[in-house]
Design a protein around this ligand. Structure first.
Ligand code: PMP
Length: 401
């Protein structure tokens, strides 16, 4: 019966990653997958995470019972407070809540299904470009149609605000707009607060529904509040919204699938119905989420000392990335690589949208075994002082040849 199945297209990042892993070349550099690497190019288990895991393992009370369908309440309460801020009016007015999900992807998946099934959402809008999974997740949720809104201006190497505002202003009322709350993936270009004000104004006028995607809170600037300012501004403006939170990057818990889906409503009396419907969605999808990762995050967020230590870890990661950005730009300028490289340091977060063409990216791979996405996106967190010279000279060679 399976002979009718045709192969689907490969998922670029994972297919390319396999190619890189299989490449025997000693000096190869993997700038594909968005995961933090140490100076030794190794994955990093945050010391505070390791410590908390040991503490939990040694606690006689730790067990492997099922979590409730909507996950751990101490976790989702702490995660929601981290997003909205301790002084959040929405929290004080008890009109915001979170549910634990399978990392950021799971939060997007549950949230988008909820919007289709219970709010009758039909259209979704994603930035051009965006994280390549947004479209797939929202299509699977049952949206009738997805549209791109302009975001990246290649000439300016920045945000195409005019195009963005024009595209949003043409969206049908009740369309769902996916917004990256910080560290836009793949461009690394975030709107300024003034630009968020403009985006919010158009969305309010056109009655568009914001679905924020917060995959990098704290990881982008090193400051949890700074990285949540767009979401908080929208709430201050009276928007009802959803926000998908991932703890993959900021806790280094990629495989543990720790996420939270925050709902903000203006009418707290709607919450029991919403919760009951989300419960049914999750029950039919995966029944209940895993507990290991969320208990680590919950323990750290709810303990002032561990929280402090975690903030130090976030800073270590974001500072090292900033240093690598500066180092890469400095080398490209020194090598007199044609073009401007200002954007390497003005972009924020894990990725740099280098502006390299698909042909240059291909050249980087075949000639120098430096692997990047076709779009020219590179993972800055995989650049180290040890491979910086090699990466810079390879990029230089790809640009001049
Ligand atoms: N949104 C964006 C923009 C991302 O970059 C990512 C991670 N690559 C995610 C969501 C979700 O990742 P995860 O499911 O691993 O939390």
């Amino acid at each position: 019966v399976f002979s009718v199945v045709q192969p689907g297209p490969p998922i670029e990042a994972f297919a390319l990653n396999k190619e890189c892993v299989d490449d025997p070349f000693e000096k190869k550099v993997n700038l594909i997958i968005g995961a933090y690497r140490t100076e030794e190019s190794q994955p990093w288990v945050l010391p505070v995470v390791r410590k908390t895991e040991i503490m939990l393992a040694n606690n006689e009370k730790t067990n492997h019972e099922y979590l409730p369908i909507l996950g751990s309440a101490p976790f989702s309460t702490a995660a929601t407070a981290m997003l909205l801020g301790k002084d959040s009016k929405a929290l004080k007015e008890k009109r915001a809540f979170g549910v634990q999900t399978l990392s950021g992807t799971g939060a997007l998946s549950v949230g988008s299904r909820f919007l289709v099934q219970h709010l009758g959402a039909k259209h979704f809008y994603y930035s051009d470009p965006t994280w390549e999974n947004h479209r797939l997740v929202f299509q699977h949720a049952g949206f009738e149609k997805g549209f791109a809104y302009r975001y990246w201006h290649a000439g300016k190497r920045g945000i195409d605000m005019e195009g963005l505002l024009e595209d949003l202003s043409k969206a049908e009322p009740n369309s769902v707009i996916i917004l990256h709350s910080c560290a836009h993936n793949p461009t690394g270009c975030d709107p300024t607060l003034e630009q968020w004000v403009q985006i919010a104004a158009v969305m309010k006028e056109k009655k568009l529904f914001p679905f924020f995607d917060s995959a990098y809170q704290g990881f982008a600037s090193g400051d949890l509040d700074e990285d949540a300012k767009a979401v908080r501004y929208f709430i201050d403006q009276g928007f009802e919204l959803l926000c998908a939170q991932s703890f993959a990057k900021n806790f280094g818990l990629y495989s543990q699938r720790v996420g939270n889906l925050t709902f903000v409503t203006n009418d707290p009396s709607t919450i029991p119905s919403v919760l009951s419907q989300v419960t049914i969605i999750v029950r039919g999808l995966y029944s209940n989420p895993p507990s290991h990762g969320s208990s680590i995050v919950s323990t750290v967020l709810n303990d002032p000392e561990l929280f402090q230590e975690w903030q130090g870890c976030i800073k270590t990661m974001s500072d090292r990335i900033k240093k690598m950005r500066a180092g890469l730009k400095e080398r490209l300028v020194k090598l007199q690589t044609p073009g401007s490289w200002e954007h390497i340091t003005s972009q924020i977060g894990m990725f740099s949208y280098t502006g390299l063409t698909p042909a240059q990216v291909q050249y980087l791979k075949t000639k120098h075994h430096v692997y990047a996405l076709k779009s020219g996106r590179i993972n800055m967190a995989a650049v180290t002082t040890k491979n910086l010279d090699y990466v810079a000279s390879s990029i230089h060679d790809a640009v001049v040849n």
